[in-house]
Structure formats: C-alpha cells, structure tokens
Design a protein around this ligand. Sequence first.
Ligand SMILES: C[S@@+](CC[C@H](N)C(=O)[O-])C[C@H]1O[C@@H](n2cnc3c(N)ncnc32)[C@H](O)[C@@H]1O
Length: 256
Amino acid sequence: MKQRGPGGDRPLSRRPGAGGAGRRSEPAPARRKIDKASANDQALDSIIAADKREALKLAPVSRETEDRLDRYIALLREWQAKTNLVAPSTLPNLWTRHIADSLQLVDLASTARRWADLGSGGGFPGVVLACAMAGRPGASVHLVERIAKKAAFLREAIRVTTSPGVVHLAEIGDNVDRITGPVDCVTARALAPLHQLIGFAEPLMRQGAKALFLKGQDVEAELTEAAKYWNIRPQLHQSRTGDGWVVELTSVERRG
Ligand SMILES: C[S@@+](CC[C@H](N)C(=O)[O-])C[C@H]1O[C@@H](n2cnc3c(N)ncnc32)[C@H](O)[C@@H]1O
C-alpha cells in the first residue's frame, strides 16, 4: 500500500524535504526547533554548573547537603517552566544569586535549629536552610507562603529533598504566632520594607528568636525608616554574594 502525505495524495518520498535518494534533506522545522531548544538547555546546564562551583566556594556544604540542593534545583528548573518561581534572568546564576545567598545565613546563626522563613516564594532562603539543617537533631524550618501554587512547590521541594520543612499556606499576619514551639531564627528575603518585616517577626522575636533579613543596597534608608517605629540595635553583615546586606536583630521594641 502506498503511504500518503498529510493533506495530499503524493507519496511521502516525493514530498519536498522528505529526503529522496542522493539528496541531502533539511531538518523539518519542528526538528530544528527541538535541536535549538536542547542546545540552549545544554548551554544553560553548563553555565549553571560553573555558577555552582563559584557558589560552593562562597558557601561550602557537605556532600549530603549538595545532593539535596541538586535535587531542589532540578525540581525548581522543572517547575519554573510553568510557574514563575524566580526571575527568569537569574536562572543562569541560581547557585550564587539564590543558593549561596541563602546559605550564608547558616553561619550567622550557627546554633539555630528551628527556623521560620516568611514569604518563602520559590524557597529562598527557607528550602535551602531546610536542606542545610537535614540530619541535625531537632531541626525544623517553617515556610510561610500565601500563594497556593508556590506552597505546593515548596511542599514538593521538601519531599524530594527529604529535609525538615513544614509548609504553611497562609498569610504571615494570621499565621506567624501559630507556629508551635519557639523558633531560634526568623528570616525573610525580598518580602517587605524592614519596618514591616519587624512587625511580621515580632511575635517570634518576643519568644526569643533572632532575625536575619536579607536586604539590598538601600539598607540605610530602610533602617532610618524602621527606627521611626521600632527601637532596634541592628548588626549589619555585608553579603557574601553581592552588594546587599544581612540585617541581624536580636531584640525589638515598638516605639512610644
Ligand atoms: C518577592 S517574593 C520573594 C520570595 C523569596 N523569599 C525569595 O527571596 O526568592 C515574596 C513572596 O512572599 C509572599 N508573600 C508576600 N506577602 C505575604 C504575606 N503577607 N503572607 C504570606 N506570604 C506573603 C509572596 O506570595 C511571594 O511568594
């Protein structure tokens, strides 16, 4: 029986580009697209691998933690295709920009085992901290996020990394004082201006938590604003991964 090309009655072997004997065929457009996409994926893979080497120089981790972080990044890249978890422009620098940025907090609270990360989004710093805390006795990382899709991603990330995270799909204001048991350290990145972050974290800080907030270059202006509402004695740590700062607070008191 003769094969028919789609939408016509000419034999397939006679279609233009079908590659008759002695004639070099051009790849069909769909195939060309796939080849280009996979070349792009491979280029991105090697950029990310180089960035990972840089990141692990800035923030070294154990082999076990690295394995967990690899699984997390693989999942994030898979989900990123359908859900915006990080700014697409930061994908080549996932490890330095997001992973190392988050890991630097571990050294600033070396005895902390129980953490709460507010507004976790795609998991920075919360999932990274959970990966780093895995295997430590008594470790837990609470991740608070109000968008259901992101909370679903965070749950999956905690599952695939087998790390001690607890995801709360909730508004911070409604949830933060319902986190059971005391927390040693409360964190947030790219969530809100400092004076609001302090308001979010205050219930946990009253119970003894210290706060580590990842902030950008305009930290001085945010501190000036925060000082209108709060008595604070901030300690500033220059970020290991860029121009930003980590603001450390061990106590806060509402003014007047
Ligand atoms: C800009 S993203 C930053 C995410 C992550 N911390 C990071 O640095 O990549 C802020 C996240 O906080 C969440 N968020 C903002 N306000 C919140 C609130 N009041 N309660 C819970 N989640 C909140 C948003 O849904 C979003 O996912």
